[in-house]
Design a protein around this ligand. Sequence first.
Ligand SMILES: NC(=O)c1ccc[n+]([C@@H]2O[C@H](COP(=O)([O-])OP(=O)(O)OC[C@H]3O[C@@H](n4cnc5c(N)ncnc54)[C@H](O)[C@@H]3O)[C@@H](O)[C@H]2O)c1
Length: 350
Amino acid sequence: MSKILKVGVIGVGGIANAHMPGWEASEHAEVVAGSDVNPEFLQAWGKKYNVARLTARAEDLIQDPDIDIIDVCTPSMYHAPLTIAALQAGKHVLCEKPLAPAPDDIRRMIAARDESGKMLMTAQHFRFQGSTRAMKAEIDSGALGDVYHARSWMLRRAAAPTRPGFILKSQSGGGACIDIGVHILDLTLWFMGNPPPATVTGISRTTLAKLPGAFSIWGGPIPPQMDVEEFASAFVRFENGATLILEVSWLLHHDTPVEDMQMWLYGTKAGSHWPKCEFYETSNATQQHYNRALKRTENVRPPHAQECIEFARAIIEGAPSPVPAEHSLQVQTILDAVYRSQASGREVVL
Ligand SMILES: NC(=O)c1ccc[n+]([C@@H]2O[C@H](COP(=O)([O-])OP(=O)(O)OC[C@H]3O[C@@H](n4cnc5c(N)ncnc54)[C@H](O)[C@@H]3O)[C@@H](O)[C@H]2O)c1
C-alpha cells in the first residue's frame, strides 16, 4: 500500500543507509527518490533499495511536487542551503547532524522553518535509544535535583573518518567537534534541560593526525589535506550557574578499543551515568551510599531508524519536532565558541 508521505534523500552515502530501515518500517513515509553528486553511489543505492527516481541535481527533488519530506544526508556544509531551499519549497526536512556548523546558518534555517510552517528536525539519533529516553524521563522527574555540573566525553582511539566530507573544513565546517562533539553535547544539554550557555573556554587542536604514519582504523592513512581539529576540550558555564567539562577526540592514546562515550551529571539529590543508566546518591540521614540502575529497555529498531519513524509520525499527528532546531542552535553556539576561544586564547562570553 502506498504511504502518505513521500521522501527524497539527498546524499546517499554512509548515513543514508542507516535511515533506510526507518523509512521502510514507517507506517507513514516511503522513499521515492534519491540524489547524489556521485553517479556511481547513486546508481548502486537506487538498485539496493529499489528506488527508480535518481538525479544528480538535488534541486530536482526539492522542487518535485510529489515529494513531502527531504532527508538531508550530505556533508555538513551543504545542510543549510539544501534545508532552506527545501523548506522554502514547502517540504518537511529531516537533516543530519550537525544541523549546520555555523549558528547563523541555523538561525536562517529556523526562520525558513517558521515561514514555511513545515517540520524541521535534526537527526540526533542517540535521543531515540530506549535506555536514553528512560534516563531522560527519570531526570525530568527530579531524580537528580538541580544539576550543577556535568562531565561529558566522546573519545576515539585512531578512529577518524577520513572522507573529504569530514576532514576538509570546506565540506565539514570542522573536525571532531562538528562530527562527534555534536552527539555528546546534544545529549548532555538535553538531560540538563537545555539551560542557556553563558561563557565558553575551549581549545581545539590537531596533533596526532600530523605525525608521520598517522592512520585511522576506518580509512587507512590520515590524508595530509586534513585541515580540521582532531581534539577539543571546553569548560562551559550556564546562565543558571551550572558547569560542563567537555572532551572530544578522533585520535587519542586512550584506553578504549574504538570509542569511549560517557556523560556524568551531578545534582543536589543524586548523580548519574550515561550510558550505564545508573544513579548514585549518598543519604545524609543514613550516611549510606545508594546506587541503582534503570532497567534498560531498547527499542526494537536501531535509533537511526527510530528517528525517521518518529519524524514522520510527528508530521502526521501535528506534533512538535522530536528534536527542535533550537536545541541544535544551542549545541552549535557552544561548539562555535570553542573555536572562537581557541582563536582568541580567551573565554568567550555568549
Ligand atoms: N547520526 C550519525 O550517527 C551520523 C553518522 C555519520 C554521518 N553523519 C552525518 O551525515 C552526513 C553525511 O555523512 P556520511 O557519513 O553519510 O558521509 P558520506 O561521505 O558517506 O556520504 C555523503 C554523500 O553525500 C554526497 N554529496 C556530497 N555533496 C552533495 C550534494 N551537494 N548533493 C547531493 N549529494 C552530495 C556524497 O557524494 C556522498 O555520497 C554528515 O553531515 C555527517 O555529520 C551522521
